[in-house]
Design a protein around this ligand. Structure first.
Ligand code: CDV
Length: 318
């Protein structure tokens, strides 16, 4: 049995952020949940994707209007500084998702990892951007991430912080096995993800229950196959009439759910996670060095879309 290596992990789910809600309201809610996380002895609290605003990609507007209303020009800025100050005061780290406008006027869907001293130790810019860039006039709402955001340019990286090797991703990234494998190949023991998942799919008539099912199955399989813990924080409930799923979870390297939210409101869930559980999986069934066969995985990096079958390298036995 391995010596346990425990860290307190909190996931702070947010209920709806309406169009009328300003940054101060968001930050006040995040601060309240950060206090609760600390009271439950968390070392780290995970907040959602685009936690400071409503999920604005559902609205058609010009890029400039979106920049003015929903993007952060610096981080921390005056509105968010109290959250950083509280993290230092309490001695707690956090993951925070927000819309980033760079000095070069590039726009990213971004998450940062902040340590207990208030320092940004890692930044991630969302790579798998779902949705579309055109105006779907007949759709009940838009999903304009391809219009408002550039594809992330920082790759999938890990940081040694808060007692763990931590990797980050954002929302739709969690559905792609490549995300988690690239993180686990760098030794990630804990993956953090924030999300806004609309309950309805504007592209096809997907039954609502599948939204929760595919969310959970992606996280549980990814945690297991990569021998890592995952903390996933929703922004959920009905934002100005547009409903999004909850289902914030902490998943163990076994794929089992260690904690799950039970509301569609602001809610903190917590688990005292033992990173050593991941070591056991990494040593045995997912001992990458022993069992992976990258020479047979070339298509994964050579192809984006599915293409023709490859020829077998040898004839099958008679
Ligand atoms: N914000 C997201 O990336 N949402 C997607 C929706 C569009 C499916 C998700 O994967 O949850």
């Amino acid at each position: 049995m391995k010596t346990s290596r425990k860290i307190g992990l909190a996931v702070a789910q947010m209920g709806p952020m309406h169009l009328a809600d300003d940054r101060a309201a968001a930050v006040a809610r995040l601060m309240e949940m950060m206090r609760e996380a600390k009271s439950r002895s968390a070392d780290l609290v995970v907040f959602p994707e685009l936690a400071l605003t409503t999920f604005f990609p559902r609205y058609w507007m010009l890029e400039k209007e979106a920049e003015d209303k929903f993007f952060e020009k610096s981080m921390p800025n005056a509105a968010v500084q109290p959250l950083f100050d509280l993290a230092v005061e309490l001695g707690i780290g956090f993951y925070l998702g927000y819309a980033e406008l760079t000095p070069e006027r590039r726009r990213f869907n971004t998450a940062i990892l902040v340590d207990k001293t208030g320092r940004i130790v890692q930044k991630y810019r969302k790579i798998h951007l779902p949705g579309h860039a055109d105006h779907k006039v007949n759709a009940p709402f838009q999903h304009l991430e391809k219009k408002f955001f550039d594809v992330g340019d920082l790759g999938f990286t890990v940081a040694d912080a808060l007692g763990a090797t931590i990797g980050m991703c954002i929302c739709n990234d969690r559905r792609w096995p490549e995300t988690w494998r690239v993180l686990s190949l760098q030794g990630a023991e804990l993956g953090l993800v924030g999300y806004n998942t609309p309950s309805w799919n504007i592209h096809w008539n997907e039954p609502v229950h599948l939204r929760m099912h595919t969310h959970l199955i992606a996280l549980q399989a990814s945690a297991y196959q990569n021998a890592m813990w995952i903390g996933a924080a929703a922004k959920c409930g009905s934002e100005d009439g547009f409903h999004m799923i909850g289902g914030s979870v902490i998943v163990a390297p076994s794929g089992e759910i260690a904690a799950q939210s039970s509301s569609e409101e602001d809610e903190v869930i917590f688990a005292n996670i033992d990173l050593a559980i991941g070591d056991t999986f990494r040593e045995h069934v997912f001992n990458f060095a022993k069992h992976r066969r990258p020479e047979h995985y070339r298509l994964i990096v050579e192809r984006t879309a599915a293409g023709p079958a490859v020829k077998p390298t040898e004839s099958p036995p008679e």
